[in-house]
Write a protein that binds this ligand. Structure first.
Ligand SMILES: Cc1cc2nc3c(=O)[nH]c(=O)nc-3n(C[C@H](O)[C@H](O)[C@H](O)COP(=O)(O)OP(=O)(O)OC[C@H]3O[C@@H](n4cnc5c(N)ncnc54)[C@H](O)[C@@H]3O)c2cc1C
Length: 387
């Protein structure tokens, strides 16, 4: 049986970032990843780093996202790996019809209430600002804060930095069960052997819901099998992150020139197993993108892929200790877990070490979801919980 201070289950951007934050503080960490680091949502997302949330909810995520973007500015040098971070793009949200155009000023006011600064661009001004747009686009809202990074190696880069600080990382090893020992520690059975730890962090993305359920917690996650596609490379033509006022679309140009299309088009989910790409959704995503940016109609698709996203019903992260299970924590549920990964790592590390968090974590607790904690499960010595 191996021993460590903290076992982290899940080697996505969130789990690996937590490992890095803990290992930096001298904690003895072991990460268990059943597949490859960052091979789920963390390596399949479209790499948007934005302060504009997908939907405006009651919680104000803007300050957290702004801090995360500040961390991204120096993340490549911190992790000693080029993550292809470009924060100079900004996000442009466009209106295609009168109804959408009328909704932009109140949206601007709502974002400004959350502390963000935006510009409303009317027809002529928009045309000069974004000449790649189709003439039918009426107006746009621009937020200068935001950009992108290449997601492919981000989890791996966090994990490598954690390893440099002494962390151990096991790929191809699944966590299969948990036993609370009499001395207050836990034994985690894995597909390989067992690990004994003082604390356990469930950071398995949407699969965290399956790990938390036998511990008496029903995580209120919306689990979607999101699709994304990439075109062949072209000369620079899209200097912004593009979104629609209503309806699905995110569009950006990668550093190598390929255009990346996404924005919440779903494949056929078979959660917890992998699902299937839906060609109709690929076609709709392309059609919407080409309607806004006509030059896109001339390009070919190179690849389409999909991945599971599990964001909480208020889209805000969940970081908390599981009631009845001392030193067992969850860290999941953000709708922008890639953007927020540096701060999710720091906040979770602080909660696990019971240190003051650099950012307020009280609003991230399970208590905000009535009924999420069933209360019918607690740590009983020597009783095996099977996952
Ligand atoms: C198509 C798509 C586009 C997106 N676009 C963006 C975007 O542009 N910007 C943004 O900020 N966010 C985006 N997101 C969301 C973002 O990718 C996720 O919020 C983030 O990657 C979640 O990271 P994670 O580490 O929590 O989860 P994951 O990346 O899902 O990692 C969880 C890991 O846990 C492992 N695991 C599960 N069960 C076990 C077990 N029993 N034992 C061991 N390991 C286990 C899995 O194998 C997996 O590697 C997008 C998501 C998708 C799917």
């Amino acid at each position: 049986v191996q021993t460590c201070d903290v076992v982290i289950i899940g080697g996505g951007a969130v789990g690996a970032s937590i490992a890095y934050s803990l290992a930096k503080r001298g904690t003895d960490v072991l990460v268990l990843e059943r597949g490859m680091l960052g091979n789920e949502a963390s390596g399949r997302n479209t790499g948007t780093l934005t302060v504009l949330t997908e939907r405006l909810t009651k919680v104000n995520e803007a300050p957290l996202r702004s801090i995360a973007l500040t961390r991204w500015m120096r993340l490549s040098s911190e992790l000693d790996y080029d993550l292809e971070v470009n924060l100079g793009l900004g996000t442009l949200v466009v209106a295609e019809n009168e109804m959408e155009a009328q909704a932009l000023p109140p949206l601007k006011a709502a974002y400004e209430e959350k502390g963000l600064s935006l510009r409303l661009l009317q027809a002529a001004e928009l045309r000069a600002f974004a000449p790649y747009l189709s003439n039918h686009v009426l107006s746009g809202l621009y937020c200068a804060l935001g950009g992108k990074a290449n997601p492919r190696q981000v989890a791996w880069a966090y994990a490598r930095a954690a390893k440099k600080c002494g962390a151990r990382v096991k790929e191809g090893v699944a966590a299969c069960g948990l036993v609370a020992e009499q001395d207050g520690t836990y034994t985690i059975s894995t597909s390989e052997d067992s690990v004994r730890a003082r604390s356990v962090v469930l950071a398995a993305g949407p699969w965290t819901s399956l790990l938390a359920r036998p511990l008496g917690v029903e995580l209120p996650l919306r689990i979607n099998y999101f699709q994304a596609s990439v075109t062949t490379a072209v000369a620079p033509m899209l200097p912004h992150l593009l979104r629609r006022m209503s309806g699905q679309l995110t569009l950006k140009q990668a550093s190598q020139g390929n255009l990346i299309l996404g924005g919440g088009w779903c494949g056929a989910s078979a959660f917890p197993q992998h699902g299937r790409i839906l060609l109709d959704a690929v076609a709709s995503n392309c059609a919407v993108a080409a309607r806004l940016v006509p030059a896109l109609a001339e390009l070919s698709l190179l690849r389409t892929w999909a991945g599971y996203d599990g964001s909480s019903i208020d889209s805000y992260p969940v970081i908390d200790e599981i009631p009845g299970w001392p030193n067992v924590f969850v860290s999941t549920g953000s709708s922008g877990g890639f953007t927020l990964s540096p701060v999710l790592g720091d906040m979770t590390a602080a909660v696990v070490l019971r240190e003051p968090s650099p950012f307020d974590v009280s609003s991230l607790s399970l208590a905000r979801f009535p009924g999420a904690v069933r209360g019918d499960s607690h740590a009983r010595s020597d009783e095996l919980v099977t996952w």
